[in-house]
Design a protein around this ligand. Sequence first.
Ligand SMILES: Cc1cc2nc3c(=O)[nH]c(=O)nc-3n(C[C@H](O)[C@H](O)[C@H](O)COP(=O)(O)O)c2cc1C
Length: 181
Amino acid sequence: MVVPEAIKTCFREKFGFPDAPLIGQVATVTPDGPTIRSMRMYQFNEAGQLIFMSHRHSHKWRQLVQDPKLAICFVSSDLLTQVTVKGDVTLKQGTPDLQSYWENVRLDVRKIYDNYDVEGPFTGVKDLTPPKLCPDSFGLILVNPTKWELLELSPSDYPASNRTVFHLEHGKWSDQRVNVG
Ligand SMILES: Cc1cc2nc3c(=O)[nH]c(=O)nc-3n(C[C@H](O)[C@H](O)[C@H](O)COP(=O)(O)O)c2cc1C
């Protein structure tokens, strides 16, 4: 399942992706209610999945093991474009192809993947060494989108803004322009 063309174009033209980092607010579901955090979307793969990199001992990973669903919101830096997506999640760990993703993790970020308690009280930074090979604590979050929504604000005439919803129908994206809310 590929990403709708309008969404790809929007990420390129309004967010500068993939040349610029693409940061979204990623919401997960827990028995206590929703939780949210910023994450960098690494790429879309050929199947139209969104790929995020994460620590497997983090809250979000545990939440996604329990309930593999999430929603993401991206807002452009000029504050005129919003893209939201909902999807089902596949978690990936321990496969040889993860090494190439690992090599794209910043060296200083890699430090938290070695013998480190991502949830614990602050312990100082001195003795942390980044593992060279992809550690077991590193994983990928693959999002299989089930709904996309694009909102392109008209700067001076809000009701004229373009809000388009994309739904999956028989394996294809159908889109419908709807009123802004
Ligand atoms: C701009 C920005 C980008 C971030 N990108 C990631 C990311 O790609 N992966 C990640 O696990 N955490 C990322 N974080 C950290 C998360 O927001 C979060 O604090 C951390 O992952 C712990 O979240 P959790 O306790 O919900 O698992 C980023 C934070 C910021 C501010």
